[in-house]
Design a binder for this molecule. Structure first.
Ligand SMILES: Cc1cc2nc3c(=O)[nH]c(=O)nc-3n(C[C@H](O)[C@H](O)[C@H](O)COP(=O)(O)OP(=O)(O)OC[C@H]3O[C@@H](n4cnc5c(N)ncnc54)[C@H](O)[C@@H]3O)c2cc1C
Length: 418
C-alpha cells in the first residue's frame, strides 16, 4: 500500500532520538459523494457518517423485503430502531402445491435469533428506506449531516481525481466516490466500461394489500393473523410469494413468472394490471386466485443480472449494492449484501483515515466483500436453477452468521497502513 509519509498519522515507525514527535494535525472528515440513495447508498451514508465522514447524495425511491439475521446485524451496527422498522418476525416458510394450494413443505425459522444472534424480519421497503434515511440524515449532536441532492443524474466520473460530473454540467470533487445506483448503474459503466444488465427470463408482479382483506376472507388462502409465515405457492415455472410486513398490517405479494429475455422495463416501478396478473396465474388454486383478484397498483419488475466484473474499486471510486453485485432474489440477499457493503466501508474508513489512504483502503473493501457477495450471487443463481449442491442449513449458516462490520474492523486492524 502506498505510503503517505514515513511517520504519518497511522504509521508505526518510531521517532528518531527519542524526541517527542510533533502532534499530528487534527484528523479531518473525508468528503464523500454517494451516487444513488437506495438501500446501499443510504446505508453507506449512515455507516460513513457514523465513522465521522461527510457525504453528499445524488438521488432517491419505494413492496417488502426479507431482512435476514445478517442484515439485521448490519442494521444493529448502524443503530436502527426495531419499533420504527415495524418488521414482522419471520416464524417460518411454507411451500404449497400450485393447483391445490396444499402445503408440501414447512420450515421453522423462528429460531433465527437464538442461532444467529439477530432476528429475521419481514419489512416494508418504505419502512427500511425511512429508517436508513433517518440514520443517514437526521440531525445528531456533534455529528456531520450528509446532504441529499435529488434528481442529480450522473454523466461521468473520474475515479482517480474523485470527480463526478452531473448531466447539468456541474463537477463535484470528493475524497471518496461511492457508486450505489442500482442494477442500471451509470456509475459502473462510467468507470468500468459498458456492460449492460440483461434479462434472465423471469419477471415478477409486486403489490401490497391490507392484510385484513385476506385474513377476513374465507375464500382466500388460509393465513392466520400474527403467524409470521412466508408462503410460497409454486408450480414448476411460477411462484406466488406472500408474507406480512409493517406489524402485520400489510401483506406483500411477489409473483415470479417466466417472460422473454428481451429487456423491456426501464425501471422496477413499471405499472401492470390485475388482469395481466390473473391471466399469468390462471392455473393456480382458487384460494390463491381469490387473493390475486384483490390486487391493486400492481408493479412489474423484470429480473436482471450483469456479468460479474473482477473489481469494484478504482482509485477513489467503489461500487456497492446492486451496482456492484446484482443478484436474483431467490436467496433474498440483494439488500442484505448492500447493508454488508455499507458496514464494511464504515470500519475500514474509520475516522482519521486520510484522503491519500482512500485508494489503498478501497482495495481492502474489495478483499472483504468481492468473494462473499460473488458467492451469494452464484448461490442465488443455483437456487433458481434448482442446482443447489449444498444443504439449506449450510447455505443459511454461511449467509446469516457473517458479521461484516467485525470482519472489516479486524481486516483494517491487521493491515499496516502508513
Ligand atoms: C423481486 C425481488 C425481491 C427481492 N427481495 C429481497 C429480499 O427479500 N431481501 C433482500 O435483501 N433483497 C431482496 N431483493 C434485492 C434488493 O431489492 C436489492 O438488492 C436492493 O434494493 C439493492 O439496493 P441498491 O441500493 O443497491 O439499489 P436500488 O434499490 O436500485 O437503489 C439505487 C438508487 O440509485 C438511484 N439511481 C439510479 N441511477 C442513478 C444515477 N445515474 N444517478 C443518481 N442516482 C441514481 C435510484 O433512483 C435508486 O434510488 C429483491 C429484489 C427483487 C427484484
Amino acid at each position: 500500500m502506498a505510503a503517505e509519509s514515513s511517520n504519518g498519522p497511522l504509521g508505526l515507525l518510531g521517532p528518531p532520538n527519542h524526541q517527542v514527535p510533533p502532534a499530528p494535525p487534527p484528523a479531518e472528515p473525508l468528503n464523500v459523494i454517494i451516487i444513488g440513495a437506495g438501500i446501499a447508498g443510504l446505508a453507506s451514508a449512515a455507516a460513513l457518517r457514523q465513522a465521522g465522514h461527510k457525504s453528499r447524495f445524488a438521488n432517491e425511491v419505494g413492496a417488502a423485503i426479507h431482512v435476514g439475521p445478517n442484515a439485521t446485524r448490519a442494521l444493529e451496527f448502524l443503530g436502527y430502531d426495531a419499533a420504527r422498522l415495524r418488521g414482522v418476525i419471520c416464524a417460518g416458510i411454507s411451500v404449497h402445491e400450485s393447483a391445490s394450494a396444499k402445503q408440501v413443505i414447512e420450515i421453522d425459522t423462528s429460531d433465527a435469533k437464538s442461532k444467529y444472534g439477530y432476528q429475521w424480519y419481514l419489512v416494508h421497503r418504505v419502512d427500511l428506506h425511512n429508517e436508513l434515511k433517518l440514520l443517514a440524515l437526521a440531525p445528531r449532536q456533534g455529528n456531520l449531516i450528509p446532504e441529499l441532492h435529488l434528481s442529480s443524474k450522473v454523466e461521468s466520473i473520474d475515479p482517480e481525481a474523485g470527480a463526478v460530473t452531473l448531466q447539468n454540467g456541474d463537477t463535484h470533487y470528493a475524497d471518496l466516490v461511492i457508486g450505489a445506483d442500482g442494477v442500471y448503474s451509470v456509475s459502473r459503466e462510467a468507470v468500468f466500461g459498458a456492460d449492460k444488465p440483461y434479462a434472465v427470463g423471469d419477471s415478477c408482479y409486486r403489490f401490497v394489500l391490507d392484510s385484513n382483506e385476506i385474513y377476513d376472507d374465507p375464500k382466500c388462502l388460509a393465513m392466520k393473523r400474527g403467524n409470521g409465515y412466508c408462503r410460497i405457492i409454486a408450480s414448476p415455472t411460477k411462484r406466488v410469494v406472500i408474507y406480512p410486513c409493517r406489524n402485520d398490517e400489510l401483506l406483500n405479494f411477489v409473483c415470479i413468472h417466466p417472460q422473454g429475455t428481451e429487456t423491456d422495463d426501464t425501471d422496477w416501478q413499471t405499472e401492470s394490471s390485475t388482469e395481466d396478473l390473473l391471466e399469468s396465474y390462471s392455473d393456480f388454486a382458487p384460494s390463491v386466485l381469490a387473493c390475486l383478484k384483490k390486487a391493486k397498483d400492481v408493479k412489474h419488475w423484470q429480473l436482471l443480472q450483469r456479468h460479474p466484473i473482477p473489481s469494484w474499486v478504482k482509485g477513489r471510486f467503489a461500487l456497492v449494492g446492486d451496482a456492484a453485485h446484482p443478484m436474483l432474489p431467490h436467496q433474498a440477499q440483494g439488500g442484505a449484501q448492500s447493508l454488508e457493503d455499507a458496514v464494511t466501508l464504515g470500519p475500514l474508513l474509520r475516522f482519521g483515515t486520510t484522503a491519500s489512504q482512500v485508494p489503498g483502503i478501497l482495495t481492502l473493501y474489495q478483499q472483504c466483500r468481492h468473494p462473499r457477495a460473488s458467492t451469494i450471487v452464484q448461490m442465488s443463481r443455483d437456487q433458481k436453477a434448482g442446482e443447489r449442491t449444498i444443504s439449506p442449513q449450510i447455505t443459511n449458516d454461511f449467509i446469516f452468521a457473517h458479521d461484516a462490520a467485525a470482519y472489516a474492523k479486524h481486516t483494517r486492524a491487521s493491515v499496516l497502513i502508513i
